[in-house]
Ligand binder design. Structure first.
Ligand code: B12
Length: 223
C-alpha cells in the first residue's frame, strides 16, 4: 500500500515537471521554426532586392544580365561532354579550342555560389588604312578588338557593385553561349550564335563567378 502511495506521489511530481517541460519544449520548437521562417523570408527578400539592383545597374550601362547558381555547372559540363562522347563535337576542334573550359569553381574563389552572365553590345569596328594616299576602310567583325579589355571591364564593374555588399568576383572559363541560353539571357539562332532580345547577336558574353548566394532567388522570373 505504502509503495503504491509512494509511486503516486513520484508520478505526480514527475508529471508536474514533465508536462510543463514538454509544453515549454514544444513552444520553443514552434517559436524556433517561426523565427527561422521569418529570417529566411527576410533574407530572400533582401537578396531579391539586391539582385534586382545588380540587374538594374548593369542594364543602365547597357548590359542585360542573369544570375545562375554554380550548382548548374554540372549540367553545362554534361551537355558538352555528352556531345563530345557521341562524336558530335569534332575532336580536333575540342582539343584546339575548348579544352581550356573549366567547370569547377575557381581556386581564387572557392566559396563561389553564383555566376553572373552579362551581354555587352559589340558593334562592328571600322578601321581605315591609308595606303598611297588612298583611304582603305576595313570592317572588323565584333569581338575582334578589345576582347580581353571588355572581359576585364565587366569583371571590374560587377566586382564593384558586389563589393558594396561584401562579395567578391573571379573570372570564368565556360561555354558562354550555352550558359547564356540556359540562364535565360539569350537564345540560340539558327546559325548557333546567341541572340539577346533587343541586341541581336552583335555582342560579347562575359561570365564571372561570385560568392553571392543565389539559391534563394531560383525560380524567380528575372528581367
Ligand atoms: C571556339 C570559339 C570560336 C571558334 C569556333 C570554332 C568552331 N569550329 O566552332 C572561332 C574562332 C572560329 C570563333 C569564331 C567566332 N566567334 Co567565337 N567563340 C568560341 C568560344 C571560345 C567557344 C565556342 C564553342 O565552341 N563552345 C562549345 C560549343 C559546343 O558550344 P556551342 O557552340 O554553344 O554549341 C552548343 C549549341 O550547339 C547547343 N545547342 C544547339 N542548339 C541548341 C538549342 C537549345 C535550346 C540549347 C539549350 C542548346 C543548343 O549545343 C551545344 C552545347 O553542347 C566562345 C567563347 C566561350 N567561352 O564560350 C566564343 C564565342 C562563341 N564566339 C563569339 C563570336 C562573336 C564569334 C564570331 C562572330 C567572331 C567574329 N566576329 O567573327 C565568330 C563567329 C563564328 C560562327 N559563325 O559561329 C561569341 C558569340 C556571341 C554570340 N552572339 O553568340 C562568343 C560567345 C565569345 C564571347 N565572349 O562573346 N569562335
Amino acid at each position: 500500500m505504502l509503495f503504491v502511495i509512494f509511486r503516486c506521489v513520484i508520478n505526480f511530481r514527475l508529471e508536474s515537471v514533465i508536462i510543463p517541460w514538454r509544453f515549454g519544449f514544444g513552444c520553443g520548437v514552434c517559436c524556433g521554426v517561426v523565427v527561422a521562417y521569418i529570417v529566411d523570408y527576410a533574407l530572400s527578400f533582401v537578396m531579391v532586392r539586391f539582385v534586382d539592383e545588380l540587374f538594374d545597374r548593369l542594364k543602365e550601362s547597357g548590359y542585360p544580365s542573369r544570375v545562375v547558381s554554380v550548382e548548374r555547372l554540372g549540367l553545362l559540363q554534361r551537355q558538352i561532354c555528352e556531345q563530345r562522347d557521341q562524336g558530335l563535337l569534332d575532336d580536333q576542334v575540342y582539343r584546339d579550342r575548348l579544352e581550356w573550359f573549366r567547370f569547377e569553381v575557381p581556386e581564387g574563389l572557392r566559396a563561389a555560389r553564383s555566376l553572373i552572365v552579362v551581354a555587352v553590345p559589340r558593334p562592328m569596328t571600322r578601321a581605315v588604312f591609308v595606303w598611297g594616299g588612298v583611304r582603305r576602310p576595313l570592317v572588323l567583325p565584333p569581338t575582334y578588338t578589345a576582347y580581353g579589355a571588355i572581359n576585364d571591364q565587366i569583371k571590374g564593374l560587377v566586382g564593384k557593385i558586389l563589393s558594396e555588399k561584401g562579395y567578391s568576383v573571379a573570372a570564368s572559363g565556360l561555354p558562354l553561349k550555352l550558359l547564356a541560353v540556359r540562364s535565360g539571357l539569350g537564345e540560340y539562332g539558327r546559325n548557333n550564335l546567341c541572340y539577346v532580345s533587343g541586341m541581336g547577336s552583335f555582342l560579347q558574353l562575359v561570365a564571372v563567378y561570385s560568392d553571392m548566394p543565389c539559391e534563394r532567388i531560383v525560380g524567380r522570373k528575372q528581367r
